[in-house]
Design a binder for this molecule. Sequence first.
Ligand code: SAJ
Length: 431
Amino acid sequence: MKGISKGIDDRIAEMAVVGLGYIGLPTAIMFANSGFNVIGYEIRKEVVDRINSGRAHIVEPEIDELLKKAVESGRLKATSNPEEIKNRDVYVICVQTPLNEDKTPNLSYLESAVKTVAKVMKKGSLVVIESTVPPLTTVKMARLIEDITGLKAGEDFYMVHAPERVMPGRIFKELVYNSRIFGGITPESAELAEKLYRAFVKGQTFKTSSTVSEVVKLMENTFRDVNIALANEFAHLAHQYGVNVFEAIDLANTHPRVNIHTPGIGVGGHCLPKDPHLLVWPAKDDFGLIRLAREINDGMPLLAKDLLFEALKTVNLPPERTVVAVLGLAYKGDSDDTRNSPAKAFVEAIEGDVKEVRTYDPFVEGTHGSVEDALKGTDAAVIATDHSEFRSLNWERIGSLMRTRILIDGRHVIKEPPEGFIFKGIGRGDC
Ligand code: SAJ
């Protein structure tokens, strides 16, 4: 440990970041701009070329100038040739861990990345897995490295699980100021990783075992998914009782120990819809609360569909003659990410029943050019993503372009229903 530890102190430890996506690229940039020499390994050649020309392939505030700084300083370069990441002191693995169709974890990307690293690493290397993984995965990957290299985990190489906790849109701030956990297969491994990340982490840092770290990360996102499901169940109840659930939540949250989350058209992204399954998947039938929460959240686009069809009924407009404009395709506001987006699930839920579905999302290519363009001659507008642009629309002007003025709010963007519209919103039992 002496060698690599000194190398970390002096910022001369040579690093490789494997996987340059939403997490890997910002992480590589942070280490490079903290003084380390970083090679980013990425199998997508077009991504490698973009990064080496200083142009980011993901949308994130500050990323362009920070990437440029890292590349122009000569401390960050990208490659798709594993030979170029041979004998590095540190390997940080940031690859996706999606679900299979049957909701079981798909660790093929992780295994492939670990095998790549095992083939090029050296004795004394530190291997960090940032990916969100099922509990016990890090120790399994350590065995895989032992089988390939003949090295002994914890003695001849160090291995850590160091999950990210960053919110897209605030990644660079949160990489620095959020607290961080380092779960080592041995205490020395955790200590080494903590020292490494303190090159840019200003938040609190904690050390534990790799399995505890894996469970903590999954608990965090499962906590949020279950609490969003509770808020969504409150929204269903609000329609039963004819109340505005958002007014009720604001008042309930004045209680010092209550923090009810925000109901909406669903839970998207590549974390919250997935992580609860990574936590409970070995126990096929148990853990009903966690599984039921997933079903509640996945069912929210259908509540938006019910509200739309109720509105059509009030004007005797048959769905098959209705033209609907869906505002927003991304899974959350001011993001371009449509992975597991409830907005897309909503489009799929209605497109077989209505005459035409148009979409407009300022961050997603292939949609209409503007709100006005999407809404001209339509019968209903459905807000499916809380993009900032949708909070300040001129509904009087938009209404004059529409054939029928129906407005459905799936993301609590509209506080006061606009004049002249048939308005319905998720959780707005008062409308
Ligand atoms: N949502 C609700 N109600 C809420 C909060 C969120 O319906 O009260 C919905 C959002 O609209 C969205 C989904 O849930 O569709 C998830 O959004 P989110 O902003 O709560 O969380 P994510 O998916 O952005 O979580 C990210 C993840 N990190 C990355 O994607 C790199 C996750 O691993 C982090 O733990 C999380 O941010 C975080 O907050 O740290």
